[in-house]
Design a protein around this ligand. Structure first.
Ligand code: G6P
Length: 604
């Protein structure tokens, strides 16, 4: 949610910062802004715009603003409407101190009232503006000193980058539960909230940890603790579109590769085992686990629901799946034989983190399935598995989802083999997981057929998605994707629940996408589809290759190859991802940055 960039060094054209900021636009794109210190005029100049970063770029090219340091921000509005005044950076009363901020200041109302009483004048509706005034209150010539004092009064989360006209040749950066890193390139420093902004500039980074405040000058930087730079595992190509018109399409099409990476080196075929290095330290504890609670949000939650079916059927472990936003307010009954598994692409989703912290407070074992290396969830869990799916830029999750499903299958193998699962069954699952990237490649060949189906249904106002067992969560995910990307009302349902309500909606203008793969619940799902057909509802089926009878009751069919039932969701979700993508494109929407949404939701 929101993106931050700061720069200090010999470069005086803020355009280089804008290039970095554009890489963060997927995290928020309601409005943007920058503040630049001009050493000749000894002034800080601010530019802001509503909408995309390109608008800010236009403003910059029409102005003669240059200088260093500079700070920038792209916003996803939380506190305060979308307008220029609320866009970051925010300043103090005199325009001396400028702040960009990710996160949320929970006690901003109290602080604001107090500061107003003391004579400070506020212009925006944001929580962030209290920070600039609070720093102003404590400023006596040294910026980091003032920041340190101000942050003592603040409750909430933040990644902050600050400059001051009266202590000018430095940037002060601070972080608490919101990522911030410093990229180092000789005597130049690029500060950002996400490695994607920095990777084309340098690979040498320092992550700011909670409660750390860094002072960065062209000569040196200073943090409370001395830290060794790490190398980031990111290549520039990972964050480019590679010829695709959108990141979403690129990420859908690269799933054979991302799924290969997720399973690489993790399958021991002969022994029918999964080798998960991140779980080694806790493997004895995992043997004792009698119950698993999965917490996640959005698409990752749907992965958790598929995991529930896998782990119960093959590992024999009772599983409960909850939204991070619900778990954190429940009074869960936990004992020493319960473990919590947080699933998160970004590892920064506020509700998932809050649920994880609640479980830690209760003292139970915590695990993670996370894509972003070094993210909060990965740091705060006792053990876990990285997805290694590569950076996901499209706001709607696609390749991270299939990777989460694959890692859950590996986890099922790992935990199953610690328990009752036989060698033969272990080998069978391992063999099928190995085939997945190739099968996904095959499903992707249905791309043009899916596009034609999208063209046929582009004017439909509603959609229903149905599935059972492993494909029930896929029905939920298909509906979520369509809502996110094409703004069409869609509902996902367990096929068996149709007759308990949703069937009333069905008529010839209400299409249903039915996942009708040849598995243990095929016949049951088929009769649910027939009930829809009887009421003249058009049906688009996702079916297994070789099933010709399905054509008798459906308008359109997309075929996917046969695999083990528990792995079917990895294949069946792909046509649904493509369908929502094409629907969004046909409607002319920005599928990589759907309205009102953000990639990583770091507020409650
Ligand atoms: C946002 C994104 C979704 C994602 C969800 C959970 O809503 O738009 O695509 O599924 O957050 O994110 P996480 O990073 O925790 O998987």
């Amino acid at each position: 949610m929101c993106g931050i960039v700061g720069y200090i060094g010999k470069e005086t054209n803020p355009q280089i910062g804008l290039e970095a900021l554009k890489r963060l636009e997927y995290r928020g794109y309601d409005s943007a802004g920058m503040a630049v210190f001009n050493f000749e005029k000894k002034q800080i100049y601010c530019l802001k715009c509503v909408g995309r970063i390109s608008n800010l770029e236009d403003k910059l090219s029409n102005s003669a603003i240059f200088g260093t340091p500079f700070i920038m921000h792209t916003r996803w509005a939380t506190t305060g409407r979308v307008n220029e005044v609320n866009a970051h950076p925010h300043s103090d009363c005199k325009g001396n101190i400028w702040v960009v901020h990710n996160g949320i200041i929970e006690n901003y109302q109290e602080l604001k009232e107090e500061l107003i009483k003391e004579g400070h004048r506020f212009v925006s509706e944001t929580d962030t503006e209290v920070l600039s005034h609070l720093i102003e209150k404590y400023f006596k010539g040294n910026l980091e000193e003032a920041v340190r004092k101000a942050l003592k009064e603040v409750k909430g989360t933040y990644a902050l980058v600050i400059i001051s006209r009266e202590d000018p040749y430095k940037i002060v950066a601070a972080s608490l539960s919101s990522p911030l890193l410093i990229g180092i390139n000789g005597k130049e420093y690029l500060i950002a909230s996400d490695p994607a902004a920095i990777v084309s500039y340098t690979k040498k980074i320092i992550n700011l940890e909670d409660n750390e405040i860094a002072t960065i000058t062209p000569e040196k930087f200073f943090i409370f603790k001395e830290k060794v730079p790490q190398e980031i595992e990111l290549e520039v190509e990972d964050i480019q579109k590679e010829g695709y018109s959108h990141f979403m399409l690129k990420e859908i099409m690269e799933q054979p590769r991302s799924l290969k990476h997720s399973q690489q080196g993790r399958i021991l075929l002969e022994e029918g085992l999964a080798k998960l290095g991140g779980l080694e330290d806790v493997k004895d504890k995992l043997k004792e686990i009698k119950r698993l609670i999965i917490v996640a949000c959005g698409t990752a939650y749907h992965a958790g629901l598929v995991g529930e079916y896998m782990l119960e059927e093959y590992a024999g472990i009772p599983v409960e799946v909850d939204f991070g936003s619900e778990f954190r307010y429940r009074k869960p009954i936990l004992d020493e034989n319960t473990a919590l598994l947080a699933i998160s692409q970004s590892g920064e989703t506020a509700d998932t983190i809050a649920a994880l912290r609640e479980a830690k407070r209760k003292g139970i074992l915590t695990l993670g399935i996370v894509n972003v290396v070094g993210s909060t969830v990965s740091r705060e869990t006792d053990a876990g598995v990285y997805n290694h799916a590569g950076p996901e830029i499209g706001v709607a999750s696609t390749k991270a989802f299939t990777s989460q499903l694959e890692v859950l299958a590996l986890l099922t193998l790992f935990l199953g083999r610690q328990r009752e699962m036989s060698l033969v069954m272990g080998q069978r699952i391992a063999k099928e997981i190995l085939k997945i990237p190739e099968l996904v490649e095959k499903v992707l060949q249905t791309r043009s057929e899916v596009k034609k189906i999208a063209e046929k249904y582009k004017d439909a106002k509603n959609f229903l998605f149905i599935g059972r067992k492993y494909n029930y969560p896929i029905a939920l995910e298909g509906a979520l994707k369509l809502k996110e990307i094409s703004y069409i009302h869609a509902e996902g349902y367990g096929a068996g629940e149709m007759k308990h309500g949703p069937l009333a909606l069905i008529d010839k203008n209400f299409p249903t996408i039915a996942i009708l793969t040849s598995d243990s619940v095929y016949k049951k799902t088929l009769s649910n589809a027939e009930e829809i057909k009887t009421r003249e509802g058009p049906i688009i089926a996702i079916a297994t290759e070789g099933n010709d009878e399905i054509k008798n009751i459906t308008e359109d069919v997309i075929y996917i190859p046969k695999t083990l039932e528990m792995l079917t969701p990895i294949l069946s979700v792909i046509p649904l991802q493509l369908f929502s993508y094409y629907m969004g494109v046909l409607k002319g929407y920005d599928v990589d940055k759907p309205r009102n949404l953000a990639k990583s939701v770091t507020v409650e």
